[in-house]
Write a protein that binds this ligand. Sequence first.
Ligand code: KG4
Ligand code: ZN
Length: 360
Amino acid sequence: MIRASCLYLHTLMITGTLLAIESSCDETSAAVVRDGDVVSLIISSQREHNSWGGVVPELASRAHLTSIAPVIREAMQKANASYGDLTAVAVTTEPGLVGSLLVGLNTAKGIAASLDVPLISVHHIEAHLLSVLLDNEKVEFPYLGLVVSGGHTLLYNVHEIGTYELLGATRDDAAGEAFDKGAKLLGLGYPGGPAIDRLAKEGDAVAHRFPRGVVKGRDLDFSFSGLKTSLRYFLRDHYPDATPTGKTLADICASYQEAIVDTLVSKSLKAIDSAGLKRLAVVGGVAANTRLREKMRQECERLGLDYYTVQPIHGTDNAAMIGIAGWQKLVRGIVSPLTVTAKASMIRAKAKQHDGGNGG
Ligand code: KG4
Ligand code: ZN
């Protein structure tokens, strides 16, 4: 049966070997899933962008081109798999940098076509939301999914696999961007989240009070651009001659981080409350943040909520999450035609994703 951009396989498959590919931004990654378990994961993080303070799309596409073949080869070797073993190929098709997505997608199409195995298109955000399946013994639905990365700050009600309802999103900068831009102002380099996290451990989170972004009339939306601006003015007014160091720097990092974490925690709890949910998942690169993990855990314990998190390697962009999301589609018999395209779009409203993953 063919519907819109999807094909439904007639038989449900529960064993097999799936190759997963991720190339939506600045990580080139491949993973192999065997019978539902991730057996290898390789991630190559591009360093080309470090001196630019952010991801440069053209540099990203070129770097994917050079790393994709070796990354796939290594993932296959590590899994002790040969191409003849593959039963499907899963790949991120959206959202992301279109040039970068195309490198992964065209590679996946080539492998799937030459082996005559199904291609499975995976929505990157759906994969982040389902990444908790990689690290938590038991995941129950529905749950609130907070996606926090360098490109996204999103709140979803994950009703079940395939049904995601967008509850809130950032109006400007993503949480990771707020970390990165703050770190840049403090002379800490890119990406700045891990550096702020590390320095904040020695600092006092109430030493300074930075603003918590409010979006009028949209309680579950985020705004981080004012925070970054307030740090700029704070540094201009208090440290006009030189960037602070030592304990002063640690205090600023801890206070700045606290403003981001506070906002993420309070909006998540509001969303949990308004949607009547009992479980919370925090995913994406910023999910590695020590203070965010600690505060979310405390709040979940206080409120009796189940708390799902991911280990840092599964928080940052990676193909294991594409593999696990792709596997869920494969066992449901949902595959995509070779005509599937790459898109920059988002999962917006309550949308069934059982459509080949290309319907946005
Ligand atoms: O998910 P991710 O790898 O990707 C993209 O959006 O591409 O997330 C990267 C983001 C960066 O902004 C980085 O600064 C942030 O995650 N990040 C952190 C931490 N580790 C990574 N932010 C705060 N604390 C951390 N420990
Ligand atoms: Zn991502």
